[in-house]
Write a protein that binds this ligand. Structure first.
Ligand code: ATP
Ligand code: MG
Length: 180
């Protein structure tokens, strides 16, 4: 599985519809300060299930909607779609391409879609659970996290390996079963 494409409109500094295609292999994103590199990674993190506005450098979730600039009016809706190549069926859906979409309105209403069909955010996070891709998984290592990983206690560091090994899913299920 790999990320093939990101499509977004109204997300932070990306007011206009923006489509970014990724080839296989490594992609580096470069640009001057303030050009939107971090915003782009936050767009990915958001669709993968981020629920903390603070982790997206905002106070409330709808702060991610394009707030306007000197030359442009604010926009009312932010929408980001990640399109994954799923030819290897890493995601347990019988589709060669899987799109995950998250949308939020300035008034706070939000929607999620898997292959354009409405779903809950939890359906997205459940779908990703075993894939190694997720907002908290080792696939997203944000600024500052590298240092944190080195400073972690061994048992905290272990969580990263458990996630990579696919054990995290069973631990989560065990915890929620015990809570019931
Ligand atoms: P650096 O190299 O300094 O890390 P960067 O390329 O990561 O920069 P970002 O932090 O992604 O840059 O982008 C910051 C820009 O995004 C700022 O100009 C900020 O005004 C703009 N921005 C953030 N949120 C919004 C929003 N909701 N509406 C409009 N613009 C926004
Ligand atoms: Mg940055």
């Amino acid at each position: 599985m790999h990320l093939e494409r990101i499509e977004m409109t109204g997300f932070k500094s990306f007011a206009d519809k923006t489509v970014i295609e990724f080839d296989k292999g490594v992609t580096a994103i470069v640009g001057p300060n303030g050009s939107g590199k971090s915003n782009l990674s936050e767009a990915v993190r958001w669709v993968l299930g981020e629920q903390s506005a603070k982790n997206l450098r905002g106070k409330k979730m709808n702060d991610i909607v394009f707030a306007g600039s000197q030359s442009r009016k604010p926009i009312n809706i932010a929408e980001v779609t990640l399109i994954f190549n799923n030819e290897d069926r890493t995601l347990p859906l019988d589709f060669s391409e899987v799109s995950l979409t998250r949308r939020i309105n300035r008034n706070g209403d939000s929607d999620c879609f898997i292959n354009r069909k409405p779903c809950r955010l939890k359906d997205i996070t459940d779908l990703l659970m075993d894939s190694g891709v997720g907002k908290d998984s080792f696939s997203m290592i944000s600024q500052g996290k590298v240092e944190q990983i080195f400073q972690n206690k061994p048992e905290e560091r272990r969580a990263i390996f458990e996630d990579a090994a696919g054990v995290a899913k069973y631990k989560n299920r065990k915890t929620s079963a015990e809570r019931k």
